[in-house]
Design a protein around this ligand. Structure first.
Ligand code: 6PG
Length: 241
């Protein structure tokens, strides 16, 4: 695991954008495509804008396929829909073709949406192993990632798939990649900044003895792939040096 600590989110985003572009270049060179899983939440907005503006001409975006690590159980035109945030900050600017964006279909009931998303992934990967080139993850101040929230069924889901989950604390359903599916990826990067994440980071990265039920982000440990944490100093202030 690689831990990169930055003074500011701006510096972090610049390096993370370069990192993503470099990996995309290699994937496109080798496989003629780059399968990129996006995180939701607010943290990635500036990064997505950077990718769709300053980095717009650095790679052939027509070779990039976009997926979502999780989705809220809301309509696609809802401000809380991760797909809408990505559309506004990334896809519209890049002019991404519809068949290169794999939205999670929340017009379906959560369980059905998860089943259909998994089917779409199986089709995209021609029925072979679903190994994403790059999965970008955020982390909540409760140490959840994607929609793998503490003390939920998703923490114990051992299947590499897409599942729905009822999140009691939010009183809502979510659809999410499971940790085993995330751990198949070639590259996984966490994007975490801000004081409010320091307590969670202290445990997720700092604790020798793991407690997945309380700190689900500890589940992220790629089998063959590379894990890198892009964090700022505020989020790591409680980590022992
Ligand atoms: C979501 C995300 C989730 C997010 C964290 C952090 O749907 O909300 O996928 O896992 O990354 O909640 O969110 P912030 O970046 O807004 O702190």
């Amino acid at each position: 695991m690689n831990l990169l600590i930055y003074k500011t989110p701006e510096e972090l985003n610049q390096d993370l954008a370069d990192y993503i572009i470099k990996i995309a270049e290699v994937s496109i060179e080798e496989n003629d495509r780059f399968n990129f899983v996006l995180t939701g939440g607010s943290s990635p907005k500036a990064l997505y804008k950077l990718l769709s503006t300053e980095c717009k001409h650095r790679i052939d975006w027509e070779k990039v396929y976009f997926f979502f690590g999780d989705e809220r159980n809301v309509p696609a035109d809802d401000e809380n829909y991760n797909g809408l945030m990505a559309k506004k900050t990334l896809f519209d600017e890049l002019g991404t073709a519809a068949d290169h964006i794999f939205y999670i279909n929340t017009t379906l009931a959560p369980e059905k949406a998860a089943i259909e998303y998994k089917k779409a992934l199986d089709k995209h990967f021609n029925g072979s192993d679903i190994v994403f080139d790059f999965i970008l993850l955020g982390m909540g101040d409760d140490a959840h990632t994607a929609s793998i929230f503490p003390h939920t069924t998703l923490v114990k889901d051992e299947e590499a798939t897409v599942s729905s989950v009822f999140v009691e604390k939010l009183n809502t359903y979510r659809i999410s990649l499971t940790a085993p599916l995330i751990n198949k990826a070639e590259n996984v990067a966490f994007l975490v900044f801000g004081d409010n994440k320091a307590e969670a980071i202290k445990h997720v990265i700092g604790d020798e003895v793991k407690d997945f039920d309380t700190y689900p982000s500890q589940l992220i440990d790629p089998i063959d792939g590379k894990l890198t944490w892009f964090v700022d100093e505020a989020a790591t202030k409680l980590l022992e040096a």
